[in-house]
Design a protein around this ligand. Structure first.
Ligand code: DX5
Ligand code: ZN
Length: 217
């Protein structure tokens, strides 16, 4: 079953509780929360207190995507705030610190994930599979919602899917950026089982219809 993770970056922040309830009722599997620090990416979004607030009102697991420099500094705080899945970028620290951060995430009781930017090869994610419960492949440059899908990332998704099936069955494979009802098909065909959708989903007339269609395109 394909899972849908709405990115609340495209929600109405004045009405965050309302929008999270709407996507949850429409059938979302996870709530995708984009945390940006203005260093790792050229944008600043939300931080630990907002994740904690969302946790209080979300019935769905929080899929927290850290686009921050040296995330090892903040693992315990994001876990305590209620992240159910905590994703860190392979480009944001040394391999040693990345492994250590992933171990910390699991030790906190959350699920650990690594993400790779468009310019980062599949191998950079595959090397962390023993420490991961999910891999996130960016299909746009991280930083902003509403960008165009990079179809040339599909071979990378397929390569990571092959490695997961071989070495880490049960590990989830998520794609993030520019996912809509046209591009979802290629993601699923390449082997993704979790689709993040921000602008396309929140613009949809009927959220439940969008989510049902995205699962089955
Ligand atoms: C981008 C974020 C995404 C973004 C997706 O850096 O990681 O989660 O919100 O938004 P759309 O679906 O509009 O590309
Ligand atoms: Zn994201």
């Amino acid at each position: 079953m394909i899972k849908i993770a709405p990115s609340i970056l495209s929600a109405d922040f004045v009405n965050l509780e309302r929008d999270i309830s709407r996507v949850a009722q429409a059938g979302a599997d996870y709530i995708h929360v984009d945390v940006m620090d203005g260093l790792f990416v050229p944008n600043i979004t939300i931080g630990i207190p907002v994740v904690a607030a969302i946790k209080r009102i979300s019935a769905k697991p929080l899929d927290v995507h850290l686009m921050i420099d040296r995330p090892i500094r903040y693992i315990s705080q994001f876990c305590q705030a209620g992240a159910d899945i905590l994703t860190i970028h392979t480009e944001s620290d040394t391999m040693e610190n990345t492994v250590s951060a992933l171990k910390q995430i699991r030790a906190c009781g959350a699920r650990a994930a690594v993400s790779v930017k468009p310019g980062t090869p599949a191998e950079e994610a595959i090397r962390y599979l023993p420490y991961c419960d999910m891999v996130l492949v960016m299909t746009v440059e991280p930083g902003f919602g509403g960008q165009s899908f990079m179809a040339d990332m599909m071979p990378k998704v397929a390569a990571i899917r092959a490695a997961i099936d071989r070495d880490a069955p049960g590990c989830e494979l998520e794609v993030d950026g520019g996912v809509n009802l046209s591009t979802a098909k290629a993601c699923i065909a390449a082997g993704a089982n979790v689709l993040v959708a921000g602008s396309a989903l929140f613009k949809a007339e009927n959220l439940a219809a969008f989510i049902a269609a995205a699962r089955t395109v």
